[in-house]
Design a protein around this ligand. Structure first.
Ligand SMILES: [Zn+2]
Length: 702
């Protein structure tokens, strides 16, 4: 029941080295006059100590790193790890940290619910009320009348005017009916905050699920699920079936005019600054004044829409659809999003559907785990304050900051070596990265969100959840017309992720990810550069991927590239697209090279820059890894790969292949490494090795 951010943030999840240690065998000609010696081959000396921060048990040392590096780094972990029944995937990096964070957040929330948090803890009442009602399962069993009452207030549409009023009321409460509303920086004038109306309102994960032939079985399961949920609401079977058809028909109509995920990667396609006047002119059969009044934003006038045709179709729907069908759809929107606040029978049905059709998870998550996640979504900065106080060390911040600066130097140095760049474009790129690094955020916000006006109680979870949603919508709409709040964070402090925000031109690393195996204060610097340094390099590179490069130093969509350099970039990006298009994600399903292009460019650039930064770093500490089982370069690549070891259920792998802008984790390891000289050298891989790409195959963007 949370509002998704409308921002275009790019989240993680995801030159030759200066090192003298080894050279690639390809570079060393056989000695003259003697029979050609066998090229040096990588071997592991098991008698030497493991470098700190690498997990020996996670590896498969019998595997050939040049044939399958993911198996070499993660094979042991893959063989011994089972995906927990309540998870669609498990990973050594993200999910294992999430599990740890979840335990700490639970402790905090348990204390909040028992009113035993330290005196003066901000927003302890809101946290306690929210969590106590959420974990109160007997309480949920009594929630149906309350939700039905809300449904009765909105699903009483008679005409276009009453439809607009209902949609406005629902949006004010955080429900995404037909579309969604939020605040965004104007894409071409980043200092102005305006409203954004964006396509939304589908129950399946993406518009493709409604139109693609290979998703027919998911559509059938979805229809049965909608029918079952209406049945639980007390509607008799025949009518429930008809209502499911109505929902499907209306959602399919929305899906057909929705932009694809690939289209949405182009900010120019999202930019339609129509303002109130233009919206009314273009989609006049939807009574916009009624809508904005019900939303609580009567005078909102600065507006961008993601797509004009989408809102033209919305107006057509308002005019030509029978009120009964509109009410069915609105009921479904409320029912679907309110499921977490409803009796267990509803949640079981929702889990059964998502398990079968989408994720493959074998058991629903324990109630407390769901509640921790909901609290993190709705009260993330109240919870995050206490999380940071208990778990985050300031040394983590200082060391990450040093790493960010090292990566910046590495980016600048690399830029100087790029033959395809000209001086003016180089100057602009340097200015952009300089500002970006200056804008970095590490750990947690300097200004925490004020939840003082959020009224909660111990009465019901549905009421608390609605209150939190209304608080968030109000907060979003209040931003319109005000100066950009540069202190705002788009992820909570406990989140195991990172992002680049192209409109603020900033990189952000929450405290949640600054933990082993991403950041380990006991690990060697080489290992940390491979895991956390790569993450930093990945986020920096997002400013210069196919999407991020379209934003200038100030966060405006603007072409700052000279034509020749822009053309060269497009060609280099095309190489990466082709590389990933050829990969199989699972079974017969290929990776989408266009959907994942930005992330793959960021992985490739991030890894290369982090490796160069590590090599530079060690020029000041030449003695550091003497006697270790792995050279620094090897440690770096192992540290990188071991933070991505992941097992995924087939259903989830299919869902991700269809919707995730990131390639599957095993390919996020394999894909970049095959293009890197430093990797080939580190493990002495012959050019013929399966891991290594050669000649025209090899892709280098940054
Ligand atoms: Zn990313």
């Amino acid at each position: 029941m949370r509002l998704r951010s409308l921002s275009l943030v790019l989240a993680l999840a995801g030159c030759a080295t200066q090192e003298q240690a080894q050279k690639a065998p390809v570079a060393s000609p056989p000695p003259a006059e003697k029979a050609p010696a066998a090229p040096p081959k990588f071997t592991v000396d098991l008698s030497k100590p493991m470098p700190a921060g690498l997990d020996e048990k996670a590896m498969d040392v019998k595997a050939d790193p040049c044939a399958d590096f993911y198996q070499f780094a993660c094979g042991g972990w893959m063989a011994t790890t089972e995906i927990p029944a309540d998870r669609p995937l498990y990973s050594r990096g993200f999910v294992s940290i999430q599990d740890r964070n979840e335990q700490l957040l639970k402790t905090i929330l348990d204390e909040a619910a028992a009113s035993t948090l330290p005196a003066g803890t901000p927003f302890a009442k809101q946290l306690g009320d929210y969590y106590a009602t959420c974990v109160d399962e007997p309480g949920l069993e009594k929630a149906l009348p309350e939700v039905k009452k809300f449904v009765d207030q909105v699903a009483k549409v008679k005409d276009a005017r009453s439809l607009a009023a209902s949609v406005g009321t629902l949006h004010a409460a955080g429900y995404r009916a037909f579309f969604e509303v939020g605040a965004i920086q104007d894409l071409k004038n980043s200092s102005e905050v305006i409203a954004m109306l964006d396509q939304s309102g589908l129950g399946l994960p993406d518009r493709d699920y409604y139109v693609d032939a290979d998703k027919q079985s998911v559509r059938e399961l979805y229809k049965s699920h909608v029918e079952a949920m209406f049945g639980l609401l007390g509607i008799e079977a025949k009518l429930a079936q008809r209502k499911a058809d109505e929902v499907m028909a209306l959602e399919t109509r929305l899906a057909k005019v929705s932009q694809t995920k690939v289209e949405r990667r182009d900010p120019n396609k999202l930019y339609n600054r129509v303002d109130r006047k233009g919206l009314v002119e273009k989609a006049k059969d939807f009574p916009w004044d009624v809508y904005f009044t019900a939303l609580g934003a009567k005078d909102l006038s600065a507006i961008n829409v993601n797509s004009v045709p989408y809102f033209v179709e919305l107006a057509a729907i308002a005019k030509d659809t029978k009120p009964e069908q509109l009410n069915t759809y609105l009921t479904w929107v409320v029912l679907r999003a309110s499921t977490p606040a409803l009796p267990k029978a509803f949640q079981d049905e929702a889990f059964a559907f998502s398990s079968k059709a989408l994720t493959g998870a074998k058991a629903d998550r324990a109630r407390w785990k769901k509640c921790v996640a909901f609290a993190d979504g709705d009260l993330g900065e109240a919870l995050g304050r206490e999380f940071v106080r208990r778990a985050f060390g300031e040394d983590g911040k200082a060391r990450t900051n040093a790493m960010v600066e090292a990566l910046q130097r590495s980016f600048e140095k690399n830029l100087g070596q790029l033959a395809w760049f000209d001086e003016p474009t180089k100057k602009a790129a340097l200015e952009k990265v300089g500002r970006m690094v200056g804008n970095n955020k590490i750990g947690y916000p300097t200004v925490w969100r004020d939840y003082g006006s959020l009224a909660t109680s111990r009465a019901s979870f549905f009421a608390n959840s609605l209150a939190a949603n209304r608080f968030e919508v109000k907060r979003q709409l209040a931003k319109v017309g005000k100066p950009v709040d540069r202190t705002e964070w788009l992820m909570s402090a406990s989140t195991v992720n990172a992002y680049y925000d192209p409109q603020k031109n900033e990189i952000v690393f929450p405290a949640g990810i600054l933990q082993p195996p991403f950041f380990n204060r006991d690990a060697t610097d080489a290992v940390n550069f491979g895991s956390m340094g790569m993450v930093v390099g990945h986020e920096i590179t997002h400013g210069f991927d196919d999407e991020g490069r379209q934003f200038d130093v100030d966060g405006n969509v603007k072409d700052w590239w000279s034509p020749a350099v822009g053309k060269a970039f497009v060609e280099k990006a095309e190489c990466v697209k082709k590389q990933y298009d050829a990969y199989v994600a699972i079974d017969e399903i290929k990776v989408k090279g266009d959907l994942t292009l930005g992330e793959n460019i960021a992985d490739l650039g991030g890894l290369k820059l982090a490796h160069a930064a590590m090599a530079d770093w060690y020029t000041k500490k030449p003695e550091a890894d003497v006697g270790s089982r792995f050279t620094r370069s090897q440690q770096f690549f192992l540290g990188f790969a071991q933070s991505w070891c992941t097992k995924m259920r087939p259903e989830m792998a299919k869902l991700r292949a269809a919707t995730d802008p990131h390639a599957p984790p095993f390919l996020r390891v394999k894909g970049p490494l095959g293009n890197l000289d430093a990797f080939q050298q580190a493990f002495m891989c012959p050019s013929s090795a399966p891991m290594i790409r050669n000649g025209a195959e090899r892709c280098v963007v940054w």
